[in-house]
Write a protein that binds this ligand. Structure first.
Ligand code: ZN
Length: 171
């Protein structure tokens, strides 16, 4: 469980684990406040901020918000990569039980390649959005979301979001 207050220049949009509970504004900056009430390991804490995000939002059958943040250049691929995530979440909930992280956010950002499942915030490497064939990116998005369901059936204990693949990016 974590609360985050992230202050950035006003032009940036910041996001972090959990629910966006408010934004305070000064003449030059904004402080974005997020709250995640589900226990999670510290390696899951994640903050991102960027000035040019394209934001798209959908909801699972159980009303979990599934939101994607992509670059303008990544926007044309958003639907084919992320468009079926609510269906994937519906399926995972039917197999593993209720999703317990409140929201699922997917971000295009400069990481090491592949994806990483920070609890409720999933990093997707920016280069996944340049390939005409989106099947790899799509598979990674589904894979990272699946980590969030594994905890309910895993033996790795409370507060972890994966079993044997814990902390292993894109494995
Ligand atoms: Zn994995």
């Amino acid at each position: 469980m974590v609360t985050i207050a992230a202050t950035f220049p006003k032009t940036f949009t910041a996001l972090a684990n959990g629910k966006h509970v408010g934004t305070d504004e000064t003449a030059t900056s904004k402080t974005w406040r997020y709250e995640a009430l589900t226990p999670m390991p510290t390696y899951d804490f994640h903050v991102s901020a960027y000035e040019g995000w394209n934001v798209e939002s959908a909801k699972s059958r159980s009303s979990i918000p599934v939101v994607s943040y992509t670059y303008t250049s990544g926007k044309p691929k958003t639907k084919s990569i992320f468009g079926d995530l609510t269906k994937a979440l519906d399926f995972y909930e039917s197999e593993f039980g209720a999703y317990r992280w409140g929201s699922a956010t997917f971000i295009q950002e400069p990481i090491f390649g592949g994806g990483m499942e920070h609890a409720s915030v999933i990093s997707m490497d920016e280069t996944l959005f340049t390939d005409d064939d989106t099947s790899e990116a799509r598979a990674i998005a589904f894979h990272e979301l699946a980590h969030h369901g594994a905890a309910t059936s895993s033996t790795s204990g409370p507060g972890t979001i994966s079993g044997s693949a814990k902390g292993s990016p894109s494995t």
